[in-house]
Design a protein around this ligand. Structure first.
Ligand code: APR
Length: 240
């Protein structure tokens, strides 16, 4: 409990609190993580998210992507950890969330300043002309979808392996990290570049919530809470 009290003190006294989240924050909402025992990459080959592979095999990639991401995405709900961050923003304490997630759960919980470092599942983008459409235009029974204007393949508007990070998201993330006096890292292994480098830009104190140690835990974390995000968030919310 001492750790929770210390974390609450830091959070309450911070002027520029920022959160950095990964797949683990959505685990208790039923969204699978990528790595770990029952992670997606133990069942699927990550090559389906490689941009060159997608270009050559759009049908196969899309079918796997549909099964992995889109089948459950409509029905998942935020958990106490997402609501905790949304509440901190409403109170004026949290300045923004940099998320690697594409599941829209921060926004569903009411968070406003959410930087989607890896894009999102809400839209699709044309590989030819770059036009964007809401994902509703996709007929999941007849994949891949094509651009109604130029006829090229449509791709989910999230970042594939081998693709650059959206410029705007990259710039805003760096700005948030550099100005953060406290950083809350929740549910990421901290292994995937360049997202994994962001927390190192923070000059302030770092709190981490993750049942397992990450690449950050023994290096830059000041308060490590080895707990599931939803469980820890409820305890913190009650103490604040
Ligand atoms: N609460 C908090 N953390 C949890 C929970 C939980 N209930 N359950 C698991 N975790 C932690 C795991 O211990 C692990 O550290 O969540 C982390 C999930 O790690 P990854 O699956 O590697 O997810 P992430 O770090 O977000 O992956 C980064 O990799 O494949 C790419 O683009 C994809 O954005 C993704 C990126």
């Amino acid at each position: 409990m001492e750790k929770y009290k210390k974390a609450v003190e830091l959070i309450k006294n911070s002027k520029n609190l920022v959160a950095f989240t990964g797949a683990g924050i959505s685990k208790e909402s039923g969204v699978p993580t990528f790595r770990g025992e029952d992670g997606l990459w133990s069942k699927y080959d990550p090559i389906i998210l490689d941009i060159d592979y997608f270009k050559n095999n759009p049908k196969e990639s899309w079918e796997a992507i549909r099964d992995i991401f889109y089948k459950y995405m409509q029905n998942v709900k935020p958990n106490p950890a997402h609501y905790f961050l949304a509440d901190l923003e409403k109170r004026g304490i949290l300045k923004g969330i940099v998320t690697q997630n594409i599941d829209n759960l921060h926004q569903k919980a009411g968070s406003r300043n959410v930087i989607e470092f890896h894009g999102n599942t809400r839209d699709v983008v044309c590989m030819g002309c770059g036009r964007k459409y809401p994902v509703d235009v996709v007929n999941f029974e007849n994949l891949p979808p094509f651009c109604p204007v130029c006829g090229e393949v449509l791709k989910p508007d999230f970042v594939f392996f081998g693709e650059p990070i959206p410029e705007d998201a990259f710039r805003k993330s760096i700005e948030l990290m550099e100005n953060a006096d406290t950083l809350l890292i929740i549910g990421t292994t901290g292994e995937i570049m360049p997202a994994s480098q962001l927390p190192y830009l923070c000059k302030g104190k770092i709190i981490e919530i993750n049942p397992n140690k990450s690449a950050y835990t023994d290096k830059i974390v000041d308060i490590y809470i080895p707990e599931k995000a939803g469980v820890a968030a409820e305890i913190l919310e009650n103490l604040i």
